[in-house]
Design a protein. Sequence first.
Length: 570
Amino acid sequence: MPAFQFQNLNYIYPERKVPSLKNIDLTVEEGEFLLITGGSGSGKSTLARAMAGLIPDFYGGYFSGKIFFKGQDIHTLDKRKLARLVGIVFQDPEKQLVKTCVEAEIAFGLENLGLSRQEMTRRIAEVASFLDLTEIKNEFTQKLSGGQKQKLALASVLAMQPEVLILDEPTSQLDPAAAEDFLNLAKRLNEDMGMTIVLVEQRLERCFHLADRVVIMEDGKIKAMGSPEKIARKNPFWENPFLPPVARFFARVGFLKVPVTLKEGREILNKSLPEINKDTVSSPKPSVAGFKEYAKLNASSKEISSILELKNVWFSYPDGREVLKDINLKIEAGEQVTVMGANGAGKSTLLKVMAGLLKPGRGSAILLGKSFESQDKFKGGKVAYLSQNPNDYLFQDTVEEELLFTLKNFSLPDNGKVDELLERLNLKEYKKVNPRDLSSGERQRVALASILVTDPVLLLLDEPTRGMDYVFKTDLGRYLSKLCQKGVGVVMVTHDVEFAAEYSQRVVLMYDGKIVSDGSVHEVLGNSFFYSTQMARLCKGYVEGVLTVDEAVKALEPHFNSGTVLELKK
């Protein structure tokens, strides 16, 4: 019997005119690993919420059609029973955590089920051991890293022993190693325990091949559905951006049978290019377009001006945790710098110190040649900071009013800037919409627009691509590059290695509160093991220094011309 059956499902959120789900017909088999992907606002998370029985009961709105869980209408099921059988882990674990202690958090759902103390103790011990949470069971939840919080949210759901596990972009706040661990754990639950897994995800390089079936959504509808291999084969015909880099590369160089895993891609390269003369393959040159363009425009200056400089900066939180240790960092005008590192390495704290939101315990921060203490760093909006949570910035009734509020706050005129940014960030159609009614990715873009409207000279972004699909990330990357060409300094914290490789000029790698590597994007990511791209791993041994699909195509496409390769392309 199928886990879920959707029959002509339609749904409109309250105060929205356009349906978020349109004529959805879908069957999810018991024990299946289903991946749902698609553009920002395409209906992915809404479909996941529908499976969990949250629509329309929790979110309200207009609902039509049928959803069956194990053959029974989902809206006739007892809500307590449904909550136990269908577990959901949301994108932001902090919104799901309600207790102050790890063990108490795992116990919370079990208490609501009315289980005996003995049964609760057994389940807590079992799930804590399975997820390696035993050593931190007595820790305060606010002290946990992003990866630990995500694991804890998962543990609290697994303790209920659900038959279906829904994961809504669970890796968006995790570093590459933690993200891979989390997804492998989901696959293990699927294969070893027969649990039905529904994964909503946009970063596909680590999860595309894990799925039994992929659903691609667009404008509230199912645009395509099939096995990962079937979806990948369609790529050359309808330019599907929702594929991992390895699949996009082989489609670009003309392969009809497109691999979906790195292993399959390496096997094809080994057969296609067994005797390639590596001396004839040119390595890509580091791309620092934004900084170079700004340097050309200011060639008459003696030197490119420094926007921000941190000298011997240390920072500790009130509980005594030393988070930043002897940080020395300079950000030049027109530079696009990405800060990377594991969860808890100090990246977000570093960004807050740069923004002046946290004062260093030792050392100094210099902005535009003056110390932070001697100036109003936010005067005129010259420093703009975007935190991980876009909801921190949204409190007006419409998207337009959010941007106008920022201008009013800094006593700045509009001069068409609001409409220009709404157009640039694909938000024009939401101009009069309440931002809290938008999808996660759309809210992220509204928050970004609300800080860009002041024309800052220093832009500080904490996980700016969170919730954004490939198309919008591409638009954002190009826009940030244009800002750099105008002399704006951009510092971005992200776990999105593929985005960093595509659009950064410089990468700073942090570990345990220290900067352990600082160099060009090719120097840092090209020499990293975990902080590396899928293309770098694919091309290793054939051409060094490749990070992106474009670089791989440029370096290797001329060598895909022999008769053997033409046969393999079929």
